[in-house]
Design a protein around this ligand. Structure first.
Ligand code: AQP
Length: 380
């Protein structure tokens, strides 16, 4: 276990120092990391510039989905949701709660229904504005399943079998390796291209899926003529957030999460369980903030992370102090969203209306794409 952890801690350093990772900044601050969530810069190396406001050109369309397979966690937020919030101002944004995808691992109907509404409430609480973006539930626009089948016919099985997430899921749920797990990236490609979206804000763990979506689009376009744009991934400045184990990607199915909208006590419990620098055995040992997941997360929850790191390096502070501080900052940061979430959960009718309107708003886009695709493939 020690060797495994050591390896992973090296991975942590690599992860946080990957090219293009930009610590957040707040207006008026020149210090890296002096940011609050939802206000920092994103890595736009792959994103096309939005159309200038004065031109009448339509805004580029973006699409992203999130599974209602559990409570939203810091990885979801730092890796993706904050980009959803930022980008809704500049792009024509379509966001989807992907319940069909969640069915590959959640098989309890009541749980899926409840978590779908909870995820919708969470996204609205975290800043998605139904006036500025479209939020809907995947299964409410069922055209996507037809398109997934059509795309499956241009997708070699070998492309799907080599997907890293498929390999991981096979390990995580060996008793339930269903066909949906293998076909997941085809449905994901269909999600994106049904709306002809060209930009997809996701965490880095989705990079391989996005690359596969691009290959599927190319295969379709070659066989049936130019139809879909090749979608490009857009990452945030925290493209991979590690879980409380400090080893694996933070993930609902692994259970190594810090749930951002949980009660303060639950957040404290989850943060206090985090694995830190495994080589720092004694309180007097100097810490290594570069490989400590707790120290790395501090970058996103305060302006003074460098002082915190210095405290660790000089052993002035211990891991427990640093974790306590992180827990309180996370609790404080998400307090307004938690409050708003509680209100929304108490008004399920309002949330359901937002989702129904979202699905209806994009119906014409989905129908137009399907008409074109059926015609091109010889189905009509
Ligand atoms: N640890 C992470 N770091 C950065 N980004 C992350 N995302 C997820 N985990 C991290 C991004 O969040 C978006 C929504 O992800 P998802 O919930 O639909 O599926 P996922 O990536 O599979 O997330 P989980 O928690 O690991 O879900 P389960 O366990 O159900 O499979 C995506 O953009 C993702 O990149």
């Amino acid at each position: 276990a020690g060797a495994e952890r050591g390896t992973t801690h090296r991975a942590t350093a690599d992860t946080w120092n990957m090219p293009g990772m930009v610590p957040e900044r707040t207006p008026g601050s020149s210090r890296p990391g002096a940011g609050r969530l939802h206000s920092g810069t994103m890595t736009i190396e792959l994103a096309p510039l939005p159309a200038p406001v004065e031109t009448a050109r339509p805004r580029p369309r973006i699409f992203s989905g999130i599974q209602p397979s559990g409570a939203p966690h810091i990885g979801n937020d730092l890796g993706a949701i904050r980009n959803y919030v930022r980008l809704q101002a500049e792009y024509e944004a379509i966001y989807c709660i992907v319940d069909y995808h969640a069915l590959t691992s959640v098989h309890d109907p009541d749980r899926l229904r409840r978590q779908t509404r909870e995820m919708a409430s969470a996204l609205l609480a975290l800043g998605l504005d139904p006036e500025r973006c479209t939020l809907f539930v995947q299964s409410h626009r069922p055209e996507v399943t037809e398109l997934a089948w059509l795309l499956a016919t241009v997708t070699p099985v070998s492309w799907l079998e080599r997907t890293p997430t498929y390999k991981e899921k096979k390990l995580n749920q060996p008793e339930d390796i269903n066909h949906g797990l293998l076909a997941y990236p085809v449905l994901q490609a269909a999600d994106i291209v049904l709306y002809k979206a060209s930009v997809v804000p996701v965490g880095k763990d989705q990079a391989a899926h996005l690359e596969l979506s691009r290959e599927i689009v190319r295969a379709f376009n070659v066989r049936y003529g130019e139809t879909f744009p090749e979608p490009k991934a857009v990452f945030t400045s925290a493209p991979v957030v590690l879980g409380t184990d400090g080893v694996k990607k933070m993930s609902k199915s692994v259970g190594n999460t810090i749930e951002i909208l949980a009660s303060p006590d639950e957040i404290r419990r989850q943060v206090m369980s985090m694995v830190t620098d495994t080589q720092r055995i004694l309180r007097t040992d100097p810490g290594r903030p570069e490989v400590c997941n707790v120290c790395q997360l501090h970058r996103f929850f305060g302006t003074d992370y460098e002082q915190i790191w210095e405290g660790e390096r000089t052993a002035r502070t211990g891991c427990v102090d640093t974790k306590r501080l992180l827990a309180e900052r996370i609790i404080e940061h998400y307090a307004p969203a938690r409050e708003r979430y509680r209100e929304l959960i108490a008004q399920p009718g309002q949330v359901d209306r937002v989702l129904a309107q979202g699905a209806e708003r994009i119906r014409p886009i989905a129908e137009a794409t399907m008409t074109e695709v059926r015609e091109k493939m010889g189905l009509r």
